[in-house]
Design a protein around this ligand. Structure first.
Ligand SMILES: Nc1ncnc2c1ncn2[C@@H]1O[C@H](COP(=O)(O)OP(=O)(O)OP(=O)(O)O)[C@@H](O)[C@H]1O
Ligand SMILES: [Mg+2]
Length: 236
C-alpha cells in the first residue's frame, strides 16, 4: 500500500469524522512511515473514498444507529478475515447490505456518504463504487465503442457498492429490470456489501423492483426507514 504522508491531508475537516469513531487527529496524522499501519491504510482509503464523494456531501457524517452498526459489522468481518489469513492489512470483502428508505430530502444520500466517509477512516481497507441507479442504466446502455458488460462488472464486483435512488424511474423497463436483477442477484450470491437508498414507499417497492429482487433484498439487507421531512425545503 502506498505511503501517504499525513501532510497531504491538511485542509480536510477530519476531526469531527474521526471523533465519530472515537479516533483522534494525532493517530491519523502520525508520521510512522509504515505502509501497513492502520493510520496509513485509513489515509489511503479516505483519499480514495473522498474522490467519489460529491462536493455537497464532503462533510457528511452518518447519524443513523443502524448504519453505524452496519459499519461496525463490516469492520469486524474484515478484522476476522485478516486474523484468519494473516494478511498485513484488513480489507472488506464480504458482508451484509443495507437499504435506506425515506421521502425526498430526508437525508438518505447524506447518511450514505457519511457512512462511506466513516468506514474510510477506520483503518480497514474498502474500495467503493458509487452510482445512482439512473446513472448506472445510462452507463450500461449499449452504444458504439462501449463494452457494457465490462462496465457492468465494475459495479457488480465492487467490494463496496453504493446505489443511490434505486427504483426512482417511474416506469421500469425490461432493460432496467434486467440490470437490477443481475446486479442484486450477483451481490446476493456473493455476499457483497451494498448500500442502497430509495424514496419509493415500502408498499410500492415490489412493483418497482420486481418480486425476485425484493426477495433477495429481504434476505441480504436490513431495511432502515428514515423519518422526517424534506430538509431542502426546511433549509429554504
Ligand atoms: N444529518 C444531516 N445534517 C445536516 N444536513 C443534512 C443531514 N441530512 C441531510 N442533510 C442535508 O439535507 C439535504 C437533503 O439531504 P439528502 O440529499 O441526503 O436527501 P435524500 O433523502 O437523499 O433526498 P432525495 O430522495 O431527493 O435524493 C442536503 O442538503 C443534505 O446535505
Ligand atoms: Mg438522495
Amino acid at each position: 500500500m502506498q505511503y501517504i504522508p499525513p501532510s497531504n491531508l491538511r485542509g480536510h475537516d477530519l476531526a469531527p469524522l474521526l471523533a465519530s469513531r472515537g479516533l483522534d487527529l494525532d493517530w491519523f496524522t502520525e508520521h510512522d512511515f509504515d505502509p501497513h499501519s492502520t493510520a496509513n491504510v485509513a489515509r489511503n482509503t479516505y483519499l480514495e473514498a473522498m474522490a467519489k464523494v460529491p462536493f455537497h456531501y464532503r462533510s457528511a457524517v452518518a447519524t443513523l444507529p443502524q448504519l453505524r452498526a452496519w459499519i461496525d459489522d463490516l469492520i469486524a468481518g474484515a478484522l476476522e478475515a485478516q486474523a484468519d489469513r494473516g494478511s498485513p492489512i484488513a480489507s472488506i470483502t464480504h458482508g451484509s447490505s443495507l437499504l435506506l428508505l425515506g421521502v425526498t430530502g430526508v437525508g438518505k444520500t447524506h447518511e450514505a456518504y457519511g457512512a462511506m466517509r466513516e468506514l474510510s477512516i477506520s483503518g480497514v481497507y474498502g474500495q467503493w463504487q458509487v452510482t445512482t441507479a439512473a446513472d448506472l442504466y445510462a452507463a450500461l446502455r449499449p452504444r458504439h465503442g462501449i463494452d457494457s458488460e465490462a462496465e457492468f462488472r465494475k459495479y457488480r464486483d465492487a467490494r463496496l457498492l453504493l446505489i443511490d435512488d434505486l427504483g426512482a424511474e417511474r416506469k421500469p423497463t425490461e432493460f432496467t429490470e434486467e440490470i437490477n436483477f443481475r446486479l442484486i442477484n450477483h451481490r446476493y450470491e456473493h455476499h457483497l456489501p451494498t448500500l442502497m437508498t430509495s424514496n419509493v414507499e415500502p408498499k410500492d417497492l415490489a412493483a418497482r423492483l420486481g418480486d425476485r429482487v425484493i426477495s433477495r433484498l429481504a434476505e441480504m439487507c436490513e431495511r432502515v426507514a428514515m423519518k422526517g421531512n424534506d430538509r431542502r425545503r426546511n433549509a429554504a
